[in-house]
Design a protein around this ligand. Structure first.
Ligand SMILES: NC(=O)c1ccc[n+]([C@@H]2O[C@H](COP(=O)([O-])OP(=O)(O)OC[C@H]3O[C@@H](n4cnc5c(N)ncnc54)[C@H](O)[C@@H]3O)[C@@H](O)[C@H]2O)c1
Ligand SMILES: [Zn+2]
Length: 474
């Protein structure tokens, strides 16, 4: 997954846009190294205004160009903040195209001017010159930008190759990276609702269309085998997956394995998939022995999220998604569930994207995303995966996690209205113990602390058992 490992994130934009501040926060959030090119040059040569005066602008551009080249040649992923004029160099523009996901922090000229007026910045001495330069530079930023961003979440999403925009489905042809052929794989039910729009949007790039059975049936070897055999793409092609989390999980497995792996673009249509399943590069199918047992990490070339598609989602599917939204809000420590749809999806997807960029292979911190899920999986397993939906089980699991964390359970009770399920208590307890390898008899859970989520918290078995029992009716 080179996308995650070595593609740098470059920040461009006019002086005064706030690149340095945002770059510092972004590097922290996605845990990448930070190079602030102009700040480093000032450390090395003193104030840029002095350098301009002594050596002229051209000489400054030359040293800046070589500093950018060094920063973008690093072997580990870093956030590189470029000076406002760096994009005037054709060599820098080429390098950005090759080695970075380039984000344009687009801020209006008045805001920029208000921030830099009165400073010693050589190109910010006269308002009219400043405005003229702003207008001159805009096309250059637009030319190098892979994404236009306005805040931290936009930056995280772009760094993770996630595009969230109402109406994005209609631009799918341009949003699928590259020029190659596209195979559209849709949930058979969703195909009847949004399939034609997706096909029209792909236009001449659409080479083939395929369907997967709706729901969990897609996540079977039989369904993926059928898809493998139908696919005609060569290695330059891209698989686009239109549907809920089952479709994106199964199509993702096909993309990860067909011809040893081709590019793919999930286009999630359910709330679960928009805030969770289609972000982070995990793909999987089920085995009779359990869910998600076979799959691969396969980071999408881009995830295209169109919140407008939620307009056709049935209410019970929306409730499924709200369980993950509440989980995300609890983890983020913000009531994200109160936001209108577009913002809710953008913020939740950004939260998950940041966690996955910090831990792309699920070796540590990504475990926080399992908040409430130890209990949920136990209840689902005890029900034989029938009758208890994942969302309902997660709502109960969150309740247990909040109780064990000594937190207010109101958000979960009011929003998700969890109702205890009728399953065999012993069977649920057995399943929970199998799910969580207990260390010294104490299960380890994700809980919420004062400073945010904590993983691997040892909890006495008797307390866990009691919390589980409270979720079971009868
Ligand atoms: N890979 C991951 O990181 C990850 C994370 C969370 C969940 N998942 C997986 O996601 C799956 C659940 O996803 P899901 O809840 O989206 O289920 P799903 O894909 O079965 O979709 C739910 C139902 O909604 C319908 N639907 C979807 N979008 C619609 C729309 N816009 N309009 C009308 N109907 C629509 C589908 O046809 C289906 O019947 C599970 O298998 C789970 O394991 C994966
Ligand atoms: Zn879940």
């Amino acid at each position: 997954m080179p996308v995650v490992d070595v593609k740098h994130v470059a920040l461009v934009g006019f002086m005064g846009a706030g690149k340095s501040t945002l770059g510092r926060r972004l590097a922290g959030r996605i845990r990448a190294a930070l190079t602030d090119v102009d700040a480093d040059l000032e450390d090395q040569f003193g104030p840029i205004s002095d350098y301009f005066e002594k050596h002229g602008e051209a000489a400054f551009r030359t040293v800046a160009e070589s500093a950018v080249t060094d920063a973008l040649s690093r072997g580990t992923r870093s956030v590189v903040v470029l000076g406002g004029g760096a994009v005037t160099s054709a060599a820098t523009r080429r390098l950005l195209a090759d080695r970075a996901t380039t984000l344009w922090l687009d801020v209006d000229v008045d805001t920029c001017w208000a921030r830099v007026r009165g400073s010693d910045r050589p190109l910010a001495q006269h308002h009219d010159d400043f405005e003229r330069l702003y207008d001159e530079r805009r096309p250059l930023y637009a030319d190098v930008a892979d994404a236009v961003i306005r805040d931290d979440d936009d930056a995280v999403l772009a760094a993770a190759d996630v595009h969230v925009e109402r109406g994005a489905l209609r631009c799918l042809g341009e949003l699928v990276p590259g020029e190659g052929a596209v195979a559209l794989v849709s949930d058979s039910h969703v195909a009847g609702i949004h399939g034609v729009d997706a096909q029209l949007a792909l236009g001449h790039r659409l080479a083939e269309t395929h369907e997967l059975p709706a729901g969990e049936e897609a996540k079977t070897l039989a369904a993926v085998d059928h898809l493998w055999q139908e696919l005609r793409l060569d290695r330059t092609g891209t698989l686009a997956a239109l549907g809920g989390g089952c479709t994106t999980d199964a199509a993702g497995v096909a993309a990860a394995t067909y011809l040893r792996g081709i590019a793919w673009v999930p286009v999630p249509t359910s709330l679960v998939a928009q805030v969770d399943a289609a972000v982070g590069g995990k793909t999987a199918i089920d085995l009779p022995q359990g869910k998600n047992l076979v799959g691969a990490f396969h980071w999408p070339a881009r995830t295209v999220i169109d919140p407008a598609l939620l307009g056709t989602l049935p209410a019970e599917q929306r409730r499924e998604g709200m369980a993950e939204v509440v989980k995300t809000g609890l983890l983020a420590g913000e009531p994200l569930w109160e936001l209108p749809d577009d913002e809710l999806v953008r913020r939740c997807a950004a939260f998950k994207a940041a966690v996955c960029l910090r831990d792309p292979y699920d070796r540590g911190e990504r475990k926080i995303l399992n908040l409430g899920h130890t209990f949920a999986h136990a209840l689902e397993a005890a029900a034989g995966y029938e009758g208890v939906t994942h969302g309902r089980a997660v709502a109960l699991g969150l309740l247990a996690a909040l109780r064990l964390s000594d937190r207010d359970t109101a958000p979960v009770e009011e929003l998700l209205r969890p109702v205890p399920v009728r399953v065999d208590r012993e069977r649920a307890w057995q399943a929970l113990q199998r799910d969580k390898k207990a260390v010294g008899g104490e299960p380890r859970l994700v809980l919420l602390g004062d400073d945010g989520p904590r993983v691997d918290v040892p909890v006495p078995a008797a307390d866990v058992r009691r919390a589980l029992d409270e979720l079971i009716a009868g």
